[in-house]
Structure formats: C-alpha cells, structure tokens
Ligand binder design. Structure first.
Ligand SMILES: Cc1cc2nc3c(=O)[nH]c(=O)nc-3n(C[C@H](O)[C@H](O)[C@H](O)COP(=O)(O)O)c2cc1C
Length: 209
C-alpha cells in the first residue's frame, strides 16, 4: 500500500461539518491557513485553469458584518429543517444554532473562482465551474482536520453574495462559492457518520443494475 490506509481512511471518513465544537477562543496562525491552501492547490481544475482565489477574513468588524448577513438565513434554516428526522434533523438544529454565532469563529474563508459561469443553465459550464473549486475546498477542509482544526462548508450567505462582495471588495467577475468558518476543534475525536451501503447507490454497466 502506498499510504497508511488506517490513517488515510480515518481522515477521509471523520472530517465532519464542525459547528458546536469550534474553539472560538484559540487563535489560528495565518501560516496554518496558507499551509492548508497550499495543499488545496493540488486539487484538479478544468483545463488546469487553477483559477481559485481565497479571501480569508479575520478582522473582527468584518466578521461581525459577515455574521449579521449570515444570520439572516436563520429563519430559512429553521423552516427547511421543520419536518426532517434523525441525522438530518440534528444537522438542521446545529445549522440553525450556528447561524447566529458565525461572527465568533476566528477565521472565515471564502473560496472564489475567477470567472462566473453564464446565468443561463448549461450543465457543462456549471459542472466545470463548480467542479474546479469544490475539490480544492475539500482538500482544504481535510488539511485543516489533519492539523486539529475544524470547518463547515456553508453556502447560505450566497443569497446575499453581492453585499459580501462589496464588503470585501471582491470584483464583479469573481464567483463566491461558499463561506468556511475555521477554528481549532474542541477535541479531535470525530466519528464516522452513518451512510447507506454503497451497493444501494451504485449501478454497474447500466442504471438500476
Ligand atoms: C454544498 C453544501 C452546502 C452547505 N451549506 C451549509 C450551510 O449553508 N450552512 C451549514 O451550516 N452547513 C452547510 N453545509 C454542511 C452540511 O450540512 C453537512 O456537510 C452535512 O450535513 C453532512 O454533515 P457531515 O459533513 O458532518 O457529514 C453544506 C454542505 C454542502 C456540501
């Protein structure tokens, strides 16, 4: 085996969306964020464009403004989670709790792509655009986890993307794809989540087989 599978699989299967266990009192060094972005940069992009940008926000006043924008989504999260059950219900409860606490998290990272896909839906354009940033985002989150930090990919603020662009001087041709709060975690023992067996979602040679 080229890798220690036990450690690799543990990293891949226990990198959870962390909200309640973010340590908002412990500072995060700029170099740590840059180390994780360096790892994120090894992710694939369509046509090898590597057109990622990362806007890292640590300034408390700007985090407060981002937090206030994000908190507007609280009611939406509560409404969406109303009839959910089990694991999904717990996720919505956690997300709703978190919506009003974002500002406390010491680092907010906004991954961006230079060049917006056209408004009109075209599967190839959208897959190429988002497919050129989310692998890097996940690499970033895995690299954080390996260093004792936690994160959660959020997209709620994109409802108000324009306001955030103005706040952070993000140019008009740049697409924000999320907002990732980052902090050290309280403890590092995260669990493997329940997922259905892969056989139930995988088909060989034709759909349904
Ligand atoms: C595309 C995408 C958008 C998401 N948006 C939000 C969000 O706006 N707010 C939030 O709290 N979590 C958000 N999440 C985190 C999910 O709730 C979380 O990944 C999911 O519940 C699974 O939890 P786990 O990662 O711990 O297994 C998002 C995740 C993805 C992949």
């Amino acid at each position: 085996m080229p890798f220690d599978l036990e450690t690799t699989d543990r990293l891949l299967t226990t990198t959870r969306a962390v909200r309640r266990r973010l340590d908002c009192d412990r500072p995060v060094a700029r170099e740590t964020i840059l180390d994780c972005i360096r790892i994120a940069q090894q992710a694939p992009t369509g046509s090898n464009e590597q057109n990622w940008r990362w806007v890292v926000v640590t300034d408390p006043a700007k985090r407060a403004e981002l937090g206030a924008i994000y908190a507007r989504g609280h009611e939406t999260i509560v409404a969406l989670g109303k009839d959910k059950l089990g694991q999904t219900k717990r996720v919505y409860e956690s997300a709703a709790w978190f919506a009003e606490r974002l500002a406390d998290v010491p680092v907010h990272v906004i991954p961006c792509l230079v060049g917006r896909p056209p408004e009109k839906f075209s599967p190839v354009m959208h897959a190429s655009a988002y497919g050129s940033i989310f692998p890097a985002v996940w690499n970033f989150q895995l690299a954080l986890r390996a260093r004792g930090l936690g994160s959660v990919l959020t997209t709620m603020h994109l409802i108000w993307e324009g306001e955030v662009a103005e706040l952070l001087a993000i140019p008009k041709d740049v697409l924000q794809v999320g907002l990732i709060p980052v902090a050290y975690t309280l403890g590092t023992d995260f669990k493997v989540a329940h997922r259905p067996p892969p056989e139930s979602i995988t088909y060989f040679d034709s759909w349904g087989d």
